[in-house]
Design a protein around this ligand. Structure first.
Ligand code: IVH
Length: 702
């Protein structure tokens, strides 16, 4: 039975002792539950300990310390995330898909260490390559003081409040086995289990919000929340795999380092192994590739690291990656299934995307029932028809796609698929633009209006909670919203009538919309869906012009003064604002809003916080939607480097029409290759902070 808490403020020694003993117990049970997976007490018993601690801390606030288990949640929401320099640079990994690269890597290490050619290979530590979000955690005197995203490798975003909410991250290192070092900077991955991800998405869809395209996006979104109480509701996990800096302790080998991390209570990846030959490495790779689908989290390969720390020191690093490690990646996952039907999806810009509706198939633990066929030309090139057996691929962050038709002897195929003459939605005659087919009825086509609403309300736009695909479709179908501005006139009673809504959810939605009458200019600009204007350009435009009026009046020359805006973009922007229907629609929306506030980010803020920050990209071949120069600027704005030759240091090659030797070299080196539409999808995702609203991956299946 708990004792009654004293009212006095200065704590008696026995209170202090009880507080400390409770914290000790709770930490131990957290560790057993979240790290070891072997809980020793019931949830009720745990809750009782926690309640008692909270009660004592409430009565004696001066006893609260930042590493108390009660302090995981409760930080004030922030206005922005601070930029913080890493303790030591967070480099990338050299990577390959070619098994032969392993022995080449091991040869390089040998040569670098001047080892005898015939002698035995040094020891390597092997781990799975986790596909989450990389982060640095810093412990001073055993207490967690900072969590910083990778950013551009030199500096990232401070997400300490958010990291504290992750249950498997110790707020204070355990000291059971060995004392905590004076300073420990550890790198690891934050991720979401696949099962938890599915649960989260289901919840989002039920709330009417957009689901995330994959666990990594969901993790990244959760980690970068300004309000850590939201992060706390997201099922995040942490695994530590690399010691960036340690003071007050020393290791000769990484194996010891990993053991030390474990003894300090940090969770580490499962199945860490040692190897001293290429065969052993390849066996490990094969075993993980085989078990990959059974794991409850995403991995995209294995990592091979020289075990000897002194050897690492001697080998050093390039500006991009350490010379002592290599990632051997898996092939993208492919499965075979049948196309039941080819549907057409009309996006907010009027582009028709052919989508293969598939007999549901598990591709690496995720059920895929639709895959993009990109556009008319792709469809013709691959000659994909209804009823065909096809190979479907899901490469981590890219939405599922049809790779090729699997030939079947003796089966009669359907007729070649043809694009209709008229819009399936509004019956307007369609037009062709390059490989794309377009419905030109921008303001009359309900499908486009629906797309515009979803984009306007999306995370990168006004971020209206509860206004996703399904709700937008209902609002348009029932003619409750005929133009964007109508959103602001919706009433609780009419929304409550919609299927899936009740009084409370309707008033939540109305409230969420009303809150956005005051919006940052950059969000508003993004939400308008101006062609080519993603979150980065929108932010730069807002910071440069500061008012919507100034942007609307700007001519091409003035626009091109903004970094990242070239002739093509300036033309599209001017054209967009000059269009009378657009202008009228914008006037209407603005007249119902209270304020478009300017938000001017510090120089370089955000930069480098994207997933591609610090990477090296090469563009080869021609693209339909932009010039190579523009494409380079776009990735540079996200913190990546664009170079012109393909080498081991290249992370991604974007291969457009007519790509030749650079593409071949990239294939040889096992470098990640994107085609134009995959590149656009990825850009949309990163610039918007959300998936491409036109992509089928954002649509709930069905
Ligand atoms: S070691 C730079 N080990 O992969 C050397 N990295 O493409 C230190 N990653 O974002 C990294 N699992 O965060 C290492 N077991 C593992 C890893 C791993 C995932 C991430 C890393 C980085 C990316 C590199």
């Amino acid at each position: 039975m708990a004792k009654k808490v004293d009212d006095r403020t200065d704590p008696a020694p026995e209170v202090l002792r009880e507080v400390e003993s409770l914290r000790e117990k709770i930490r131990r049970h957290d560790y057993l539950y979240y790290v070891e997976g072997t809980p020793e007490i019931s949830d009720d018993a745990y809750d009782a300990l926690f309640r008692r601690l909270r009660e004592l801390e409430e009565a004696h606030p001066e006893l609260v310390t930042p590493d108390s288990p009660t302090q995981r949640v409760g930080a004030e929401p922030r206005d922005d995330l601070p930029t913080i320099r890493h303790t030591a640079p967070m480099l990338s990994l050299d990577s390959s898909q070619e098994p032969e690269e392993v022995s080449r890597f091991m040869d390089r290490v040998r040569r670098g260490l001047a080892l005898e050619e015939e002698g035995p290979d040094p020891a390597y530590l092997l781990q799975p390559k986790l596909d989450g979000v990389s982060i640095e955690l810093v412990y001073e005197d055993g207490v967690l003081v900072r969590g910083v995203t990778r950013g551009n490798g030199q500096q990232g975003e401070g997400v300490t409040d958010n990291v504290r909410t992750i249950a498997s991250v110790p707020l204070r290192l355990r000291q059971e086995g060995r004392p905590a070092p004076d300073l420990l900077a550890v790198r690891g991955e934050v991720l979401m289990k696949l099962s938890a991800f599915e649960g989260l998405n289901q919840r989002l869809v039920e709330e009417g919000s957009e689901p995330y395209a994959n666990p990594r996006n969901a993790t990244s979104g959760a980690l970068r929340q300004l309000d850590s109480s939201i992060t706390a509701q997201r099922p995040l996990e942490f695994l530590a795999f690399d010691i960036l800096a340690v003071e007050g302790d020393a290791f000769e080998r990484d194996e010891e380092g990993v053991r030390a991390l474990q003894s300090w209570g940090l969770p580490v990846p499962e199945r860490v192994r040692m190897a001293s030959s290429a065969e052993e490495v390849l066996d490990y790779h094969l075993a993980f590739a085989r078990d990959r689908d059974e794991l409850d989290y995403e991995i995209d390969g294995i990592v091979i690291k020289l075990d000897d720390w002194a050897g690492r020191e001697r080998l050093g690093a390039t500006s991009h990656h350490p010379r002592w490690a290599l990632a051997l990646k898996f092939e993208p996952r492919k499965e075979v299934t049948r196309i039941e039907r080819i549907a057409l999806q009309v996006g907010r810009t009027g582009v028709l995307t052919p989508v293969a509706l598939l007999r549901p198939v598990e591709v690496g633990g995720v059920t895929v029932s639709r895959a993009t066929l990109h556009n008319r030309e792709e469809l013709e090139r691959k000659d994909v028809r209804e009823g065909d057996l096809v190979r479907v691929q899901r490469a981590g962050d890219v939405i599922p796609q049809v790779v090729e038709v699997v030939p079947e002897d003796g089966r009669e195929r359907a007729d070649a698929f043809r694009m209709p003459e008229r819009c399936p939605n509004c019956d307007t005659p369609l037009v062709s633009r390059g490989p794309f087919t377009l419905c030109p009825n921008r303001f009359g086509c309900a499908a486009q209006l629906k797309g515009r609403i979803v984009h306007f309300a999306s995370r990168g736009g006004l971020d209206i909670e509860g206004l996703g695909q399904e709700t937008a479709a209902l609002l348009v179908e029932r003619k409750m919203v005929v133009e964007l501005a109508d959103l602001f006139d919706l009433e609780v009673e009419e929304v409550a009538e919609l299927p899936g809504f009740a009084e409370l959810s309707a008033s939540n939605l109305i409230e969420a919309i009303a809150e956005r009458r005051r919006t940052e200019l950059r969000r508003f600009l993004f939400g308008l869906g101006i062609p080519e204007v993603g979150a980065t350009v929108a932010r730069d435009l807002a910071a440069h012009f500061r008012t919507l009026g100034a942007i609307r009046e700007a001519d091409r020359e003035t626009l091109e003064k903004v970094k990242g805006i070239g002739p093509k973009m300036s033309e599209l922007i001017v054209e967009f604002f000059r269009d009378e229907r657009n202008a009228a629609a914008i006037d209407e929306v603005v007249s119902r809003m209270e304020e478009l506030s300017v938000y001017e980010p510090a120089p370089d803020e955000d930069r480098g916080s994207s997933d591609i920050a610090g990477q090296t990209w090469v563009f080869t071949g021609g693209m339909e939607s932009m010039t190579r120069g523009e494409a380079k600027k776009r990735v540079e704005a996200l913190g990546a480097r664009a170079t012109s030759s393909v080498s081991g240091a290249t992370d991604v090659v974007v291969a457009g029409e007519g790509a030749g030797s650079k593409l071949e070299k990239a294939q040889e080196l096992g470098i990640r290759i994107l085609d134009e539409s995959q590149f656009l999808e990825l850009l949309g995702e990163m610039e918007g902070g959300t998936g491409d609203e036109e992509g089928p991956a954002e649509l709930p299946d069905g």
